[in-house]
Design a binder for this molecule. Structure first.
Ligand SMILES: Cc1cc2nc3c(=O)[nH]c(=O)nc-3n(C[C@H](O)[C@H](O)[C@H](O)COP(=O)(O)OP(=O)(O)OC[C@H]3O[C@@H](n4cnc5c(N)ncnc54)[C@H](O)[C@@H]3O)c2cc1C
Length: 517
């Protein structure tokens, strides 16, 4: 696939930079752009030959598959801070708005499509569950309040005691407090697979923020995830940033518990070399455990910090099957898209649910003319270390998926042109995420805010951006982490750099808060 940006190619990096960023996931790419835009000399290193991390694509037989992410809430809406940030960074790649936002298929054969308009959604819910109408009003009043307070607390790092009565709640507890009807309870948690954890371990506050953000727009990137990530890399290069592809950082250099640079392995496979690069600050967008365990000398970190980080629970990995189809009727795919459940218990998300996504319904150019793509996502609750036979694991999950696709769309197998599956091992291989975790640490109440690893402070001049740090996992939180890291770094240098970036972010009236995430 032809890339938009050049990268340093055969040229060596400079001996020193103001900032070196490890990893070109969306966290690394956004942070790199913000620092370079403020005039810093920045080196971005990526171990893979593509940028984007979980927001990349790959191509087979003329079909272009998103490797992982496909819902990009808010990014196409310039009235939101993240949507506006992309415009300010010069991202011109278009966004296709999804409406309906999602579809759910229940064990009794019924289904529900979530409209993109909130009032319509609530009306539809009340029409289907009239006996729960009052409870629905109360629930969504709470969701709105929690959304505002959650943004303030988790996304703006501001103390608000008003959140204290909701902070500890899981999605499961919030739903049980309000509702009796088991179908409604499943419906309101039916998309919980995107949290990488069951509702009994997922924060009600975070879930409320995502739930409402869909009604400010949920998008698919024009041209797929890679087009978005590549354009971020291109804009960074235009800001004089340096990108090293296929370059693995092996060590973060330190002196007196202060990060001073990196040791990076680069060059063609047959002639890898190691270079030292000095840096004023180092930002790691890589998996936090590998950053702490493999890139830093153990003597540089307080052992208590390491112990408490190792105790955190990562999200489940997500198994994916990518399928290119020929002669598949579009209506059949439209009717089948979304989450399919064979249990009424949403906590069984890793065993009793899977999701069908059809990117060609939003961007036909991802497949040859008239053809379609189906991507199936299935959370897996596995003991990663205990799996010895990964090919057998892959075959077993893929068979489960293919049997279900044939059940949902009879004749499906006969339309398949190309089929590939990706296990937790594949996710780990391409992104180095610990055990192939989908969104870093679980977004459970006990792992958010001050209980989640901070953006900095473990080692001086070392920062973290991405889903293993605050505020959490998913594209919007990752972008917010990058903005906050840039703010901290630039704030430490010269105040006016910080102003350049964040003046757009100042909010005064509470209603402005809808623009925050
Ligand atoms: C299957 C799946 C579906 C998802 N769907 C959605 C969705 O629809 N919407 C949503 O909002 N979120 C979704 N997510 C979550 C979302 O994709 C992630 O939370 C987000 O992309 C993480 O971004 P990141 O920048 O933190 O890290 P990553 O994307 O993990 O990027 C980290 C980068 O660092 C590089 N790296 C690691 N170690 C080194 C090293 N030593 N040297 C150099 N480079 C290194 C890696 O190669 C990688 O490119 C999904 C995740 C998965 C797995």
């Amino acid at each position: 696939m032809k890339r938009l940006f050049r990268g340093l190619r055969g040229n060596p990096p400079n001996d020193s930079y103001d900032a070196v960023i490890i990893g070109a996931g969306i966290g690394g790419l956004i942070c790199a752009n913000l620092l370079a835009r403020a005039g810093l000399r920045v080196l971005l290193t990526e171990q893979h030959y593509m940028v984007g991390g979980y927001c990349s694509t790959f191509r087979r037989n003329g079909y272009t598959f998103d490797a992982a992410t496909h819902f990009y809430p808010l990014l196409g809406n310039p009235a939101t801070i993240t949507g506006k940030l992309l415009l300010d960074l010069g991202i011109t790649n278009g966004w296709v708005k999804m409406d309906p936002v999602d579809h759910f298929h229940f064990p009794d054969g019924s289904s529900f499509a979530v409209p993109a308009d909130f009032d319509e959604y609530l009306k539809k819910l009340k029409a289907e569950f009239p006996e729960e109408a009052a409870a629905l009003d109360q629930f969504f009043t709470e969701v709105r309040e929690v959304y505002m307070l959650g943004l303030l607390s988790y996304f703006r790092w501001r103390k608000t005691e008003r959140l204290d009565r909701y902070r500890h709640l899981t999605v499961r507890q919030a739903l049980d407090r309000h509702f009796e009807n088991r179908k409604l309870k499943l419906l309101l948690a039916a998309d919980c697979g995107h949290w990488g954890s069951p509702p009994c371990r997922t924060s009600f506050v975070f879930d409320s923020m995502l739930r409402l953000s869909y009604f400010l727009g949920n998008y698919y990137p024009r041209g797929g995830s890679q087009a978005f990530a590549d354009e971020l890399a291109l804009r960074f290069e235009e800001r004089s940033g340096h990108i090293l592809m296929s370059a693995t950082v092996r060590r973060i250099l330190t002196r007196n518990r202060t990060a001073t640079g990196v040791e990076v392995e680069l060059g063609p496979a047959h002639a890898r070399i190691v270079r030292r690069v000095n840096a004023g600050v180092v930002v790691s967008n890589a998996d936090l455990l590998s950053t702490l365990d493999r890139l830093l000398e153990p003597t540089q970190i307080d052992p208590n910090d390491l112990t408490s980080i190792r105790r955190l629970r990562p999200t489940h990995p997500c198994f994916l099957t990518h399928i290119g189809l020929k002669d598949m009727p579009t209506e059949v795919l439209s009717d089948s898209t979304g989450y399919h459940w064979d249990s009424w218990d949403s906590d069984r998300v890793a065993t009793s649910a899977f999701k069908i996504f059809v990117p060609t319904l939003y961007e036909p150019a991802m497949a040859p003319p008239g053809c379609h793509i189906v991507i199936v996502q299935k959370l897996t609750d596995i003991n990663y270390e205990a799996i010895e036979d990964w090919p057998a694991h892959k075959t077993a999950v893929e068979d489960y998926i293919m049997n279900n696709l044939e059940r949902v769309m009879p004749g499906f197998s006969g339309k398949v042109v190309v089929k590939l599956s990706a296990s937790a091992l594949t996710s780990h291989k391409f992104t180095v995420n610990h055990h192939g975790a989908m969104l870093g640490w679980e977004m459970s109440p006990d792992q958010l805010g001050e209980h989640r690893p901070a953006l900095n402070g473990l080692v001086k001049n070392l920062y973290f951006t991405g889903h293993w740090t605050q505020p959490g996992g998913g594209i919007t939180p990752v972008i917010v982490s990058a903005m906050q890291v840039a703010r901290k770094i630039l704030g430490h240098r010269e105040a006016h750099f910080a102003d350049l970036i964040f003046k757009a972010e100042k909010v005064s009236a509470p209603e402005d808060l809808v623009c925050v995430a």
